[in-house]
Design a protein around this ligand. Structure first.
Ligand code: 5GP
Ligand code: MN
Length: 318
């Protein structure tokens, strides 16, 4: 915590020196990335900073449209001389912009974070990157009800509604603090869970039909082709949570979902207990011990065999 206080004061100095801030989050953003970015946006805006909030993806989850400032998210950066705040992003390339000569404050919780910022505020123990952002901001500025709603949405998403295996009393305390600041528990859950797109259910059906079990049913594999994506009209954000169905099977320890895109395959990895963070890094991606991902330019069959071979080589299965 001493280190966090030191980092908070360095962060404040950078903010007050530049007064012009660009908040970025990773491509294919999840609610954690968007919630966290908007929570920071609200807080800094109230302090009269010049702030823009940008995400390079075409596809931002629509069901997050109830979050304060959602409509402010831009696809393009307008500031060329601002301080960059990177949210929930393990590596520089996942921000989707050329930022090599820019000063970056990297606020994250991924174990695989490459510390690409001038200032790196990375707490790998935090269940959600909103927890890192909140701990930092509350030392510097008042945190509004609007910020609390955004951080709460990020938290419920990253903990899968308080069911992930890194849950603890302190996470519930954090949730309670956000509720105390005005986050509406029922509204956030209802808005996030009960406004799915039709395409997201259609693609879930497609994914479940592809289910394959390998290695004594300890590894589950879901595959979605480009044609299936096009046929259902699903976007990448419609696939949020699909891989977790494969993980929910009693025998399964590791679940994979492979999604064929125009130029590559996006792989999502999930595990119950074993650490798959290094497995994701091995293939050029990253993530957490129980959730990771990467992108690769190989066909889905070859890739599946390679991942299973690597899982066996690392002795990840009990
Ligand atoms: P998802 O499978 O939901 O896209 O991602 C699961 C976790 O892995 C998230 O924490 C996400 O940030 C991380 N992740 C997914 N794909 C990549 C990738 O290509 N590179 C890196 N560094 N992390 C990824
Ligand atoms: Mn995230």
């Amino acid at each position: 915590m001493v280190e966090m206080s030191h980092q908070a004061s360095t962060f404040k100095k950078l903010l007050e020196r530049d007064r012009k801030i660009t908040i970025l989050s990773h491509v294919n953003p999840d609610p954690d990335a968007i919630g966290r970015a908007l929570g920071i946006y609200d807080c800094l805006k109230r302090q009269q900073f010049q702030v823009e909030v940008v995400n390079a993806s075409e596809d931002i989850p629509l069901y997050l449209d109830f979050l304060p400032h959602y409509q402010r998210i831009k696809k393009k950066m307008d500031f060329s001389d601002s301080l960059i705040i990177a949210c929930d992003c393990g590596s520089l390339d996942r921000l989707g912009f050329a930022l090599e000569d820019r000063e970056i404050v990297n606020i994250d919780h991924h174990v695989t974070n490459t510390r690409y910022g001038a200032l790196n505020i990375v707490d790998t123990e935090a269940v959600s990157s909103s927890q890192v952002a909140f701990s930092l901001l509350k030392k510097l500025y008042p945190v509004s009800r609007e910020s609390a709603i955004c951080f709460y949405a990020a938290l419920v998403s990253d903990t899968q509604y308080f069911t992930s295996n890194n849950m603890s009393q302190s996470v519930l305390d954090f949730a309670s603090t956000l509720v105390g600041l005005g986050a509406d528990i029922v509204e956030v859950s209802q808005k996030m869970l009960h406004r799915r797109s039709l395409a997201s259910l259609r693609i879930l059906g497609v994914a479940l039909r592809s289910l394959e079990l390998r290695e004594n049913a300890q590894v589950a594999i879901l595959k979605i082709s480009q044609e299936e994506l096009a046929h259902t009209g699903a976007k990448m954000s419609d696939l949020d949570g699909v891989v977790d169905y494969a993980k929910s099977l009693a025998t399964v320890e590791v679940a994979l979902m492979l999604v064929e895109r125009r130029d590559d395959v996006k792989v999502s990895l999930r595990s119950k207990c074993v650490d798959i963070g290094k497995l994701a890094s091995h293939f050029g991606g990253g993530g957490h011990s129980n959730a990771g991902g990467f992108e690769a330019r190989r066909d889905m069959e070859t890739l599946t065999d390679e991942i299973i071979a690597e899982i066996k080589k690392r002795g990840l299965l009990p």
